[in-house]
Design a protein around this ligand. Structure first.
Ligand SMILES: [Zn+2]
Length: 218
């Protein structure tokens, strides 16, 4: 049982659904968007979101959740979507560049910026709901990466999880969501890298404070 309102849903190329769920108090000042499974082979974000939503809790902020942005990739256990595109390289940033598509290129950014339905859906949501903070849940580095004016939020999440802050992931990421939202739109954007293949109970206990933070104290 999920305690949230279904706000929007779309169907993917392979016929899977992408959901936007919402918890909205009557009055609120801030909106926080949390996104799981940007990459299909990184499933734990969806688990954490659904775990949080399986309990009724109060929130002072409007909370939006996309538990699984890339259900086709999840179905195939691939980083990319059904078109072989890395969604985290498909955003229309100034540094977007066409990349060669090799047989096994898991970082292919698409034929053009925002070519993918998943990318378009997320851009639509950001323009419609204008979040004050966005958290994307990835794996497997156990770090808190951030883009845009998110240093305080990154510090808080680092304190909660014990994962260190890393400002740059160490390699160029043209067309990334962090560049698009954080650097270019100046929306505080956290890329939380969860550990690889963690025990779900241990993981939940490690990160559940983030949900308390975005519900109660952010
Ligand atoms: Zn990822």
């Amino acid at each position: 049982m999920i305690f949230a309102d279904l706000e929007l849903k779309i169907n993917t190329k392979s016929g899977n659904e992408i959901l936007l769920l919402k918890r909205e108090p009557e009055e609120y000042k801030k909106t926080v968007l949390v996104i799981g499974v940007f990459h299909g082979d990184e499933p734990d974000g969806e688990y954490l979101i659904n775990r949080f939503l399986s309990e009724r809790t109060d929130t002072k902020n409007r909370l939006l959740f996309i538990p699984c942005l890339n259900p086709d990739g999840k179905q195939n256990n691939t980083r990319t979507n059904a078109n072989g595109v890395d969604l985290n390289r498909n955003f229309p940033t100034k540094n977007w560049e066409p990349q060669k598509k090799d047989a096994k290129d898991e970082y292919f950014g698409g034929e053009k910026p925002a070519s993918e339905l998943e990318t378009q859906f997320l851009i639509y949501i950001i323009e419609k709901y204008v979040p004050d903070l966005i958290i994307t849940l990835h794996e497997p580095y156990s770090i808190v990466n951030y883009d845009g004016p998110a240093v305080e939020e990154a510090q808080k999440i680092s304190e909660i999880t014990g994962y260190p802050i890393q400002e740059s992931i160490g390699y160029p990421t043209p067309g990334s969501f962090g560049t698009f939202c954080g650097i270019e739109k100046e929306i505080p954007t956290i890329t939380l890298e969860l550990p690889e293949k963690s025990d779900k109970e241990i993981l939940w206990n490690k990160v559940k404070g983030i949900f308390t933070y975005i519900s109660e104290s952010y």
